[in-house]
Every structure is written in structure tokens, then in C-alpha cells.
Design a protein around this ligand. Sequence first.
Ligand SMILES: *Cc1c(COP(=O)(O)O)cnc(C)c1O
Length: 447
Amino acid sequence: MNFATNHEGQLTIGGIAASQLAHTFQTPLYVYDVGAIRHQIRAFKQVFETAGVAYAVSYASKAFATIAMYEVAKAEAIHVDVVSGGELYTAQAADFPMEKVSFHGNNKSKAELEQALDAGVGTIIVDNFHELDLLDELLKAAVGKQNVLIRVAPGISAHTHAYDQTGQTDSKFGFDLESGQADEAAKRILADDHLNLLGIHAHIGSQIFEVAGFEAVTQKLLAVLDHWHQQFSFTPKVLNVGGGFGIAYTKQDDPLPPEAFVQAIVTTLKTQSHGFNWPLPAVWIEPGRSIVGPAGYSLYTVGSRKDVPGLRPYVAVDGGMGDNIRPALYQAQYTAVVADHPTAQPTEHVHLVGKYCESGDILIDDAPLPATQPGDVVAVFDTGAYGYSMASNYNRNPRPAVVFVEDGQAQLVVTRETYADLIQHDQHYTAPSQPAPTSTATTAAKK
Ligand SMILES: *Cc1c(COP(=O)(O)O)cnc(C)c1O
């Protein structure tokens, strides 16, 4: 793993020693290197700029959605995806430009669609006919047109190392291509006075390591757009190929730089669009994990230890599945170091576990580490995506704080939850007062 150290050999994040951050803000703690976020965003943009292809980089904010993150996305002049009223609300609170928001979801509620229309979101990514019905109803009295993309299930799915040309037709997301549902949706939207069809969208999976799936989906979507052009005289403006670019969590992972996926998409666009008598559409991508994953670190303090003769020791930290559910949810692998000597030779393999009441509360099942003492700060790398955003209050543990670090400056961007926060929505229960036991009628009537 790549990491920075200071002259004392301590792990640093954005120019500050990780153990110093742990000391200042307490643990468990999420820390983001904001420079790394900006760097990745700019690397994506650069590919399009160099290729001279119109584009939008739309950060899939479900990976990490906080006001501060929407502010960084705004400062970098990119788009964002939201998938719920709550994410949209957060983007609104960050004063994110609504015309650069795309709203996704397979079951957007009427209230969420209303919120999106009121907010003026740029693009709604229409997923199904029920949603079209809701939009018709909500837009009845509207002036102007709402921009939409049609999400299709492209019949291509990618799972990390391989992709599958026929899989994923059986998906809860998007209009089916094979059966003609996507064509039907296009026809209906093109005839709609309140909707403006920009183009097409597909998302083939997550943590993908090969470009082949993206080449295949780009080719497939272009073919569908060409078909719509011929069938409906539709001129597509946008080809949205989703996100899912893989990142390295362990030494065994060997991903391409995220930009390489974009390069492959752009090359496919250029080679496959010869002969189309409509102009090249803009390419939209939706990276989530690749933008925030590697920029994020989780800091923990070591507490108890359990040694059993002949078995791998358990080293417990003060967080766990409440702040990172991914190992329990999908056996996700991570890499950890001791923050004050990240380059120390490992002397043992331990189960790095959390403090939650589940045997599955394991952060790293087999972590090679040097000897640790209670009080040592441990850093887990690459936790920036789907860590905080999937955090829970299981066992009534407060969720950790989030700190942004850039150019040697640290700033708290989400405060640590307190016990008072945990009970703020709880209400006391008063049992209904018991009716006086006067007759046997009630029991008799019940049989
Ligand atoms: C989750 C999601 C993404 C982002 O996926 P990553 O693996 O985080 O890059 C992009 N688009 C859609 C529609 C998604 O659901």
C-alpha cells in the first residue's frame, strides 16, 4: 500500500501524523485526505479533456455523503448522483448546484420525486414505468421539461474479475432491453410534453478490475442509442456508463488506475460510433468508491487481546462493524498498520476485531502486525467508501467523527455522536391504562 510518513517514521495523512489526529479527535475516527479526493477527480477529467470528449464526472455520493463532501465536489465543479431524498437533502444543505445532480433509484417515492422537482435537479434517471406514471402526475401543471435518462439493464454484469454478457438481465434496476421495455420507455418519454430525454444509463457493478465490461456496455448502449435514433429520430446527448471502477484494498488486489477505465470507454466510443449519422454524445461516468475509497482511513485504539494456545490471537479495537460493515457484509479485505510505525516488520498474524456483540465483527481476519499494546493507534487503509455511509448505531455505539485533512490542516466535518444523540428520537412508553375487570364479557366474546 502507498502511504506517507514523517521524519519520525509515523503514518501521516494530508501532512499530519495519524496518531496526532487520533489524539486530537479521539477514536474511532474517519479521516479523509482531501488532496487525494481532488487528485482522483482531476485524473478522471484529464482523460476526457485529452481525448476531446464532452463529459460529466458524477460522483456517486452514496459512497460517502456529507455536507463537506458535496462541498468538495462543488469546488471541483463535478456532478453528483443521489439515490434518496436524504442524500438530496444533504446536497441541498451544502448548496450544491442542483442542475448538476442526477437522481437515481429503483423505487423513488412520490415525495422524493416531488422534492427533486422542487429542488430543480438536473437529471432524473428513470428506472421503471411506475416512476414515469408518478412523474406524469407531478409534472401535469409544470412549465418546461425535466431532463431524464433511461436506465437500462444492459444484460452485462461485472463481478470484480470477470464480466458476464448475459447476466444481470434479472436485476431490480432499470428497463429490460431484451423484451423491448426500454424501447417502450423511450417512445413514451419522447412523446411526453413534460420530459426531455437526454440519453441512456447503465451501471454494471462495483469493484470491477477489468476494462472489458465497460467496453462491452459502452458498445451495447451506443447500439441502443443508434437504434433509437433510427426508430424515433432521437438525437442522444448523453451516454452514461455508470461507475464501479475497482480499487486496491490489499497487496493482492492489482487494479488499473481508475483513469484507465475511462480511457477504455472513450476509445470504445470513438471506434464504435463510426457510421452513426448523429453527433458523439457526452460521456457521463459515476465513480463513487474510486474517488473516496483510497482517500479514507479509519483510526482505532487497541484495547483487549485474547491469546489461545495454538490459535491466532484476537486483537480488539474500539470500533468495528458499526463503523465498517463491509468485512461482515461481503468478506471485504483490508490492510492495517500501527500508526506510529507503519513500516515495522509484522511479527504475528492476528484477528483484528471490533467491540460489537457479534462473532462476525471482524475488521481483518488475518492481519500481519508488529506487537501491539493497549493504547496503540491502528490505521486501516482505504475505508473512505461505504464505511461512514453504511455506519450504524448497533449496540448503541455512537458513530465516529469525520475529519478532513489537507495541506497539514485538520477540520472536523462530522462531529462524533453523543449518547444524547442516540436517544433523541426515543419516546417513553406509557402502557394503556387497564380497563377495570368488571365483567367476563370481553373474554367471552373472544371465544
Ligand atoms: C453505486 C453506484 C455507482 C458507484 O459505484 P462505485 O462502485 O462506488 O464506483 C454508480 N452508479 C450507480 C447507478 C450506482 O448505483
